[in-house]
Design a protein around this ligand. Sequence first.
Ligand code: ABU
Length: 524
Amino acid sequence: MEKNEGMISGKDDRQALTLVEIKMENMADENPEVDDEVIVELLLKEITELVIDQGLLSGKALKEDRVTNFVHPEKLKKLVDLSLGDSPLSHGEIFELCKRAVEYSVRTNHPKFLNQLYHGADPVGLAGAWLSEALNTNLYTYEVAPFFMMVEHEVLAHLRSFIGWEDGDGIFTPGGSLANMYGMVLARFNKFPEVKTKGMGNIGELVAFTSQEGHYSILKAAHWIGLGTDNLVMVASDSSGRMIPAELENKIVKALEQKKVPYFVNATAGTTVFGAFDPLEPLAFICKKYDLWLHVDAAWGGGALVSQKHRSLMQGIEMVDSVAWNLHKMLGAPLQCSAFLTKHTNVFHRCNSASATYLFQTDKYYDMRYDTGDKSIQCGRKVDAFKLWLMWKARGNRGLEKMVDNAFECSKYFTRQLSLRPGFRLVIAEPSCTNVCFWYIPPRWRNLPESPEWWGKLSKVAPAIKKRMVEKGSLMVSYQPLVHKNMVNFFRLALHCQPPPTHEDMDFVLNEIERLGRDLDNIH
Ligand code: ABU
């Protein structure tokens, strides 16, 4: 007790000491075991206080603050000494750097950070992430990760139950792109197990399919797994961004006529820009007819599965072969938290295992089915399931469902309000997910003929407003063009569970875009 009191009261005096000096001082006191306690007392606790004081755990606390304190890269290099060198810094200097990290980082848990498909971290999830980081566990064998292995097992089973699979397999992956790649590799092994040993030389030219709105990770994977990007066939989507089943079938038939080997279809549940949900049932029937693996990239839209009200967006999900679901997106688990799930029980391990004898001995003293690391493409693997498990324990299915329903409700409110305001125009009349895409049209252009020149000028409005909102730090909403739909730059607002959005936040977004854009009539 005395020791701790001394450390707390002596905290300020020690700010000038390096961590090494603190250690030496304690060693000299013949108290070497106090070293880590000093670090915990002086750095980890202060960082925890900083996180709490800065409101990083609560979106509400940030309401009045800036979302971002943007400075250009060259200026940032001058503002903070990022260089690494020989001499150790003092504890006080280290803590100052931590404060600079907060100062120049985007406040992703700010209610006005609506820029990406991820957002603030669920505070319970963050506590879980800190705990698993502190335990520094590598998730390959039960031997070194007993508790977390069982947690991952449980979480994966729970996620599968939302898809409607009583059985199956899965793993947490470093991001949705890798989860999608797992789908492509597993599908190939399922059809051609010999690929694992013999390569692709004797199986023909494999072809995969995705919609025009599908995530670019599928294209990258086509390269990485040796299909070649020309063998990823883009299927047309309808005006809402949903893959057109008849178009898929046409493309499959065409590939067969070219003597190619169709094997994999990626459907998307919640496309990145429009939030469209591909029609899974008809796609599943087509895949069954041609014996193709149907994977669903539900990285974004997977959140709808926990809602009784919205899960019908993914009707037919139980018919598919595999699913990628990013829990760090709509549900708000701390980054990163991506699950790959499959209904197949006997393919995953056979496909990926390499049986390294120094990890996966076959004569172990426990039930080795829990050594799930050999299913992974990685060796070392972080614990991503625990933070999700903890927040799910704290909120229950019902709590998460309420949060998802709130995000959907706010997106509907935003859509309604937007359609009532002059100068705002929806890109899609009825968005399916919680992303809302829209243009802002400055006042004097509103009654002019919408010629190619008019659209050309409109394409400059969203980037100009974006620059202003970031410089002011009041709001972050993303924008993009959609070339294959012939659409010039438009905003995409994305709503999530954390922090729970409110109607007041939605009104602010519309008012602020109007404030920032109303004088842009003369933009060239
Ligand atoms: N994986 C797609 C993420 C893009 C976005 O946050 O907008």
